[in-house]
Design a protein around this ligand. Sequence first.
Ligand code: URA
Length: 227
Amino acid sequence: MESLRVREENVHIISHPYAQELLTIIRDKSTEYYMFRSILEELGYIIGLEIAKNMDTKEVYAETPLGVKAKGIKIIDKDNVIIINVLRASIPLVNGLLKIFKKARLGFVAAQRLEDKIMFNNEGMKFEIKISYMNIPEIRREDTVIIPDPMIATASTILNTIPLIIKKGEPKRLIVASVIITPEAIRKIKKHYNNVELYTIAVDPELNSKGYIVPGLGDAGDRYTGT
Ligand code: URA
């Protein structure tokens, strides 16, 4: 299986059994939309924890009610985060990430893949993407920008979104967070933006002829909205 061969630098696959169990539940076609949405939100929280684990920390002290100073830490960049809402599929992941990055500033990109505009080139399958709205805050050099997208199949949406984001400034870290990504999408993102860090719960091996991830979980947007 191609997913087993993913050993790229900066690709973080979250193998924690709890995350894997949640993924198994949302893969199941009988899982209802409200459970699907709630689990996506929880996975956003778990991805947020994993991202925070790789942020720099500094030593701080807290004075406890006992009048004693206890040594602790502060995560330096936790408050310098921008999360991009890629409408509509990323909303539950964003809600989960916001539980960790409470002070995150938010950007919005409404991106729709035109299902009847499938193309193929030497990198694989590609969709034309229609961007109908965007509002992205100015990016400072100390910022970590997170782009959540639950299902990264061909990477067409991400590759159309990143240039819009970096026009607003060059962040310290640019992170793409997914629930499922394909090896093809990892290769494309790494080829065009080598410094992008990827966080995902799983890497699924292939796409079907309509650009859906297999085995996947279907259309994440439809499944969490109950459409
Ligand atoms: N988007 C989805 O929601 N599911 C897929 O399988 C591919 C793209």
